[in-house]
Design a binder for this molecule. Structure first.
Ligand code: SIN
Ligand code: FE2
Length: 218
């Protein structure tokens, strides 16, 4: 298929108060980001987490950075060690940090210092039900979300679960940043459609950068 945007510069689309889509922002570094995912998951492999309610998530997850998102019987938590290996999560690759910083600056969150990066892998049919990202103690920090590989439909609502949803196709290289007024807006990913992407095959990957610990800034 002819891709009319193959050579286009990234562009921005406002999403909600405090939220913006940086279209194709990660495109030029996509291969390096995917190599980073391989590096991290060679040490801390993808796994299908079981929710506190006993449900096995369809999305496979891994983490890098000082803290990683995990579950136990009591609920969700950010932990310094991977429960699967007992070791600290692998460090965030330099290309992850650089891309995240540049995206945060472009989205007007120049002080964002992520200490956690959740890596999601979607196979056909995998989805993420509508939820809020609310396990982080300092909600002044935004979420920076990077999409790679197959496209998926992102739903973005409001503060209430039944607020109207925008449905946005996120494509390879797109970055979404949400914070301030929209930091706790409900969002999700609709079931992945089958397809083949030249760089990721039958998968979509997503990186979400978070500040999961307390702020080190005064
Ligand atoms: C998330 O909601 O944390 C990830 C969303 C996505 O995969 O784009
Ligand atoms: Fe989320």
């Amino acid at each position: 298929m002819l891709d009319l945007f193959a050579d286009a510069e990234p562009w921005q689309e406002p999403l909600a108060p405090g939220a913006v889509i940086l279209r194709r922002f990660a495109l030029s570094r996509a291969a390096a980001l995917l190599a980073g995912i391989d590096e991290v998951t060679a040490v801390s492999p993808f796994r299908h987490m079981v929710t506190p309610g006993g449900y096995t998530m369809s999305v496979a997850m891994a983490n890098c950075g000082e803290l990683g998102w995990a579950t136990n019987e009591r609920g969700y938590l950010y932990a310094p060690n991977d429960p699967a290996t007992g070791q600290p999560w692998p460090p965030m690759p330099a290309v992850f940090q650089a891309l995240c910083h540049e995206a945060a600056v472009a989205a007007k969150y120049p002080d964002f210092r992520p200490d956690a990066c959740l890596i999601n892998r979607y196979a056909v049919g995998a989805k993420l039900s509508l939820h809020q990202d609310k396990d982080e103690p300092d909600l002044r920090a935004p979420i920076v979300s990077v999409s790679l590989g197959l496209p998926a439909v992102f739903q973005f609502g409001g503060l209430r679960r039944n607020d109207p949803l925008k449905r946005i196709m996120l494509e390879h290289g797109d970055v979404v940043v949400w914070g301030r007024e929209s930091r706790l807006y409900y969002h999700g990913i609709q079931p992945l459609k089958p397809g083949v992407h030249p760089l990721t095959g039958e998968y979509r990957f997503n990186l979400t950068f978070r500040q999961a610990g307390h702020s080190k800034l005064k």
